[in-house]
Design a binder for this molecule. Structure first.
Ligand SMILES: Cc1cc2nc3c(=O)[nH]c(=O)nc-3n(C[C@H](O)[C@H](O)[C@H](O)COP(=O)(O)OP(=O)(O)OC[C@H]3O[C@@H](n4cnc5c(N)ncnc54)[C@H](O)[C@@H]3O)c2cc1C
Length: 288
C-alpha cells in the first residue's frame, strides 16, 4: 500500500479552496507521474487532493492576447492543441516529446512546473516566453507570480500558466537529447524563439534545460546567430559558441565533456525546427 490516506477529488475550485482552508495540510496530486513513481515517501498526514476533476483547472484558452493554460491540463492536450501549436510551437513540440503516450495522457503542465526537475521539458519553453503562474494560496487568495518564483513547499496551488502574448514571436522550437521511444528523460534540451527579417535571424532567444537546476539563457549563442543568414559558416560559429556556453555552465562536472559535444547536435536540430527544415537539409550537413 502506498499511503494510508485516500485522496479527495473535488470537482470545482470552490470545493478545492474549502479543503485548502481547512486545518489539515493539503498535498496535491495531478497526473501522479512524478509523485507516484519517484520513490518519494507519500504524506501520511493531512489531505491528499486529486486535482484531475477540477473543471476550472483544465483547458487551453488561446482566444486572448495571452495564452492561458489550466494547471491540470494534460501534456497530451498541449501536444494536440492546434491553436497552441500555431502560437507557441515550442510548447507543443516539448509536450510531444514528454515520455510515452500513457505518461502524456496523465502528466500535467502544473505538475511539470511544481515538480521543478532540472530535466523537465516544458520548463525551458515556459522560461523562454516569460510565463507567469496564477497561484491560489491558503484562504483562497489569488495571485500571479513569475515562473521562477514558485515555491513548491509553501502549499500554494498553481491554477494556471500564462504565456504573455508579447513574447510569442512568429517562430519557436524545441529539441532534446533523449529518444522519445525509450521514454528518456532529457539529458539536455533547448528551446528557441525568433523572427526572420530578410532571411536573417532577429530577436533570437535560446534557453537550455538540464545544464543546471534552472533553465539557462544562452546569450552568447544568441549573439552568434543574431542578424546572420542560415548558412554553414553561421552554423559552425553557433556550434562553437554553444560548446563554450557548456564550458561556462558546468565546468568540471562529469557530464561536461559529452554535453559540450552533444549541445552542437541538439543546437542544429533546434535551428532546423525553428526554420521549418529537416536536420538532414544540406545546410546542416555542410556545417558539420
Ligand atoms: C516514465 C516517465 C517518463 C517521463 N518522461 C518525461 C519527459 O520526457 N519529460 C518531462 O518533462 N517529464 C517526464 N516525466 C515526468 C513527469 O511525467 C512530468 O514532470 C509531469 O508533467 C508531472 O505532472 P503530474 O501531473 O503527473 O505531476 P504529479 O506527479 O501529480 O505531481 C508532481 C508534483 O507537483 C505537485 N503539483 C501537481 N500539480 C500541482 C499544482 N497545480 N499546484 C501545485 N503543485 C502541484 C504535486 O504535489 C507533486 O509534488 C516522466 C515521468 C515518467 C514516470
Amino acid at each position: 500500500m502506498l499511503t494510508a490516506l485516500a485522496p479527495v477529488r473535488p470537482s470545482n475550485l470552490a470545493g478545492l479552496a474549502s479543503l485548502m482552508a481547512g486545518p489539515r495540510p493539503v498535498h496535491f496530486i495531478a497526473g501522479g507521474t512524478d509523485l507516484l513513481v519517484s520513490g518519494r515517501r507519500l504524506p501520511e498526514t493531512g489531505v491528499i487532493v486529486d486535482l484531475s476533476a477540477v473543471a476550472e483547472l483544465i483547458g487551453i484558452d488561446c482566444s486572448g492576447a495571452d495564452i492561458r493554460i489550466g494547471s491540470a491540463t494534460t501534456v497530451a492536450s498541449l501536444e494536440a492543441h492546434a491553436g497552441l501549436a500555431a502560437r507557441c510551437a515550442a510548447l507543443a513540440q516539448a509536450a510531444a516529446e514528454c515520455g510515452s503516450v500513457q505518461i502524456r495522457n496523465r502528466a500535467t503542465i502544473g505538475g511539470n512546473v511544481a515538480n521543478g526537475a532540472a530535466a523537465a521539458d516544458l520548463i525551458p519553453v515556459l522560461a523562454l516566453v516569460g510565463a507567469r503562474l496564477e497561484v491560489m494560496l491558503r484562504g483562497g487568495v489569488r495571485t500571479e507570480i513569475a515562473l521562477g518564483d514558485f515555491q513548491p513547499k509553501t502549499g500554494g496551488l498553481i491554477t494556471a500558466v500564462v504565456l504573455p502574448g508579447r513574447a510569442l514571436l512568429p517562430r519557436s522550437a524545441f529539441a532534446k537529447l533523449g529518444a522519445r521511444r525509450d521514454l528518456t528523460i532529457s539529458r539536455l534540451n533547448m528551446a528557441a524563439t525568433a523572427e526572420f527579417v530578410e532571411s536573417r535571424f532577429r530577436a533570437l532567444q535560446i534557453v537550455a534545460g538540464a545544464l543546471g537546476p534552472r533553465p539557462l539563457r544562452l546569450n552568447r549563442a544568441e549573439e552568434a546567430l543574431e542578424g546572420r543568414t542560415l548558412d554553414p559558416d553561421s552554423l559552425r560559429g553557433f556550434m562553437q559558441v554553444l560548446s563554450t556556453e557548456v564550458d561556462a555552465a558546468i565546468p568540471g562536472r562529469a557530464s561536461h565533456a559529452w554535453k559540450r559535444r552533444a549541445i552542437r547536435g541538439v543546437g542544429l536540430d533546434l535551428i532546423a525546427r525553428l526554420c521549418g527544415l529537416s536536420p538532414r537539409d544540406p545546410v546542416f550537413e555542410e556545417a558539420l
